[in-house]
Design a protein around this ligand. Structure first.
Ligand SMILES: CC/C=C/CC(=O)SCCNC(=O)CCNC(=O)[C@H](O)C(C)(C)COP(=O)(O)OP(=O)(O)OC[C@H]1O[C@@H](n2cnc3c(N)ncnc32)[C@H](O)[C@@H]1OP(=O)(O)O
Length: 558
């Protein structure tokens, strides 16, 4: 719903749908009813639309996509009604103006924002396009080139960047009162002509270059979003903004969203959106213990043991999470030097690309603390072991950790398949032990599988889950069984691809097809990155080969 009030000639329409003011049918109806009141009230000379609580508006209510989505006023009707209002409307943005939220703002005649606000048209990440005029209004405001960048990739931008390119008219400091500031701003524009303020009426500045720009983005999208349908449909819709009058462009946009909404890709991405949020609410089956009633241990000092492919990625993930003390232990001198060099080079790359500032880079490098013996880990809060996938080596390490680490330290193993309970048993406090299974390359892959051993304490589990979230990972709690969940799923995939090799395909042919389909890496490339020896050891240890079959029997027969 939306609340309505009037303050010094300014009507305030505040979206009120916690937690994120998604544009449900009730909210859309509330905006429309409030707008009518404001238009009819002779004492009102300007209108402010704002969001109550932590954010302006994150866009259409995704939970309503199947049902209420088309109820009047739907989003694309609402934006046109807002824009045609005879009284000036100011969008007052704090928190997020995402998707339909930004489209509502684009339909307003002015947009003001706190400097901390974030803006985006992220619909492409749900496999759809901005279907409430975003593909038609944004190009009229910022041009085809920038619009393609914003819409085809769906990334978020700061209010300052949005102001620099002409989306935001006025920025206020992050600690300002957004509503008070917007009301004052609205008073300052009373009586001004709205002729140039209706974005749908503006020309597209770089319309003549549309073919050239389109070709450029087709290439980029082809590489960055292989296999995804929505980005290309977004580009087409934006192209129409350059070539057609607004009303015709809107018809094309509508055709685009109708084609995408309900597609398999969109259904999967929406499923993923909610699933990624659902896994934050973890629970230990049958105990009543869950994320809501269990507090993590405070973690300031973390250690990573092993600086191979996995260890390096884990260290980078911890640094990116802002951990100020990351001990790294690698007894092999060459591996240690190579590992540290790799980490520093990646940080240099981030700084060169502007992902982190020079100051952040320096503080990350300072946070790295090479250590040469277990004694030096005695005051560490969390140790993540990422050595060779061998039960005897891991047991040896955990026995030493059990002796030197403080009793409250969480001891995590990055094993991808081994029994966490067996590892835990060599320590004096098995309840402190948990699995934290990262996926290679750990600083890039978003998934983290935390493995709950039979003795892992709730607090230890909460700490591993919390650390995953601090690292920005999609952190999933799983039980302790061979291969956990990730590798049990991966196994079926590898079996199928191995069948193809047996049937005569080359690994690179299989990988090429998978990459064309949209996978970031081919299955055999993944094997090379993680180390094929890991899979080999897993299979040998668990005797995955049927003993009745002679050595070398084809995979299909095993
Ligand atoms: C004509 C058709 C046009 C459609 C245009 C659209 O608008 S499509 C929707 C476009 N918007 C988005 O894709 C935004 C999705 N949301 C986010 O990316 C993030 O929520 C956020 C805005 C970056 C905020 O992140 P934060 O971490 O602060 O919060 P959560 O992600 O945890 O969200 C809190 C809860 O709110 C639920 N939620 C978020 N967005 C929506 C939404 N658009 N619709 C419905 N529900 C939404 C989210 O699921 C969380 O719920 P919990 O129950 O607390 O898990």
């Amino acid at each position: 719903m939306a609340n309505y009030s009037v303050r010094n000639q300014v009507a305030i329409i505040s979206l009120c749908s916690p937690p994120v003011n998604a544009l449900s049918s009730d909210v859309r109806r509330g905006i429309l009813d409030s707008l009518k009141k404001a238009e009819q009230d002779v004492k009102v000379a300007a209108i402010v639309i704002c969001g109550e609580g932590r954010t302006f508006c994150v866009g259409a209510d995704i939970t309503e996509f199947k049902s209420e989505f088309k109820t009047f006023p739907n989003l694309f009707e609402l934006v046109d009604i807002l824009e045609s209002s005879p009284k000036p409307i100011v969008a007052a943005i704090h928190g997020h103006a995402f998707g339909g939220g930004l489209e509502v703002a684009l339909a307003c005649h002015y947009r003001v924002a706190l400097s901390s606000a974030k803006l985006a048209l992220p619909e492409v990440k749900l496999g759809i396009l901005p279907g409430a005029g975003g593909t038609q209004r944004l190009p009229r405001l910022i041009g085809i080139d920038s619009s393609m960048q914003w819409i085809a990739f769906g990334d978020e931008y700061s209010a300052q960047i949005a102001a620099n390119i002409g989306i935001i008219d006025r920025i206020f400091p992050s600690n300002a009162d957004i509503l008070e500031s917007a009301v004052q701003y609205a008073q300052s524009i009373i009586g001004k002509s709205l002729i140039n303020r209706r974005v749908s009426k503006l020309p597209v500045k770089d319309a003549s270059k549309v073919s050239h720009i389109m070709e450029k983005y087709k290439q980029i999208v082809g590489k960055k979003s292989r296999g995804a349908i929505a980005p290309m449909v977004c580009l087409e819709a934006i192209k129409h903004a350059a070539l057609l009058p607004y009303v015709e462009g809107m018809k094309k946009e509508r055709m685009g969203i109708e084609a995408l909404m309900g597609s398999d890709q969109s259904k999967s991405l929406i499923y993923m959106f909610f699933a990624e949020r659902q896994v934050r609410n973890w629970t230990i089956p049958g105990t009543g213990i869950n994320s809501k009633n269990t507090k993590p241990i405070k973690v300031e000092k973390v250690a990573v043991i092993g600086l191979g492919t996995m260890g390096r990625g884990i260290v980078l993930s911890l640094l990116k999470a802002g951990i100020k003390h990351v001990s790294v232990m690698e007894l092999n001198k060459t591996a240690r030097e190579n590992g540290l060099l790799f980490i520093k080079n990646i940080l240099e790359g981030y700084a060169a690309r502007g992902t982190i500032s020079e100051t952040q880079k320096r503080s990350m490098v300072d946070a790295l603390k090479p250590v040469s013996n277990f004694e030096m880990l005695k005051d560490t809060d969390l140790v993540i072991e990422a050595v060779f996938e061998s039960m005897s080596i891991k047991k040896d390490i955990f026995a030493k950790l059990g002796q030197v680490c403080k009793p409250s330290a969480v001891l995590a193993t990055n094993t991808s398949a081994l029994d966490v309970d067996e590892i835990a048993m060599v320590t004096p406090k098995p309840k402190q032990v948990v699995g934290m299974h990262f996926f290679a390359p750990a600083h890039v892959m978003k998934l983290l599988e935390n493995v709950r051993g039979s003795k892992s304490s709730p607090q230890v589990i909460a700490t591993a889950m919390n650390m995953g979230q601090r690292m920005g990972k999609v952190t999933v709690l799983v039980g302790n069984c061979h291969g956990f969940v990730g590798n049990r799923m991966f196994r079926h995939y590898t079996v199928e691809t191995d069948f193809m090799l047996e049937e005569g395909a080359y690994p690179e042919q299989v990988d090429t097809v998978l990459k064309k389909f949209g996978f970031a890496m081919g299955r055999y490339q993944v094997g090379d990155l993680s180390g094929n020896d890991i899979g080999y050891r897993m299979r040998t240890k668990f005797e995955m080969t049927n003993k009745q079959q002679p050595p070398g029997a084809p995979e299909r027969e095993r």
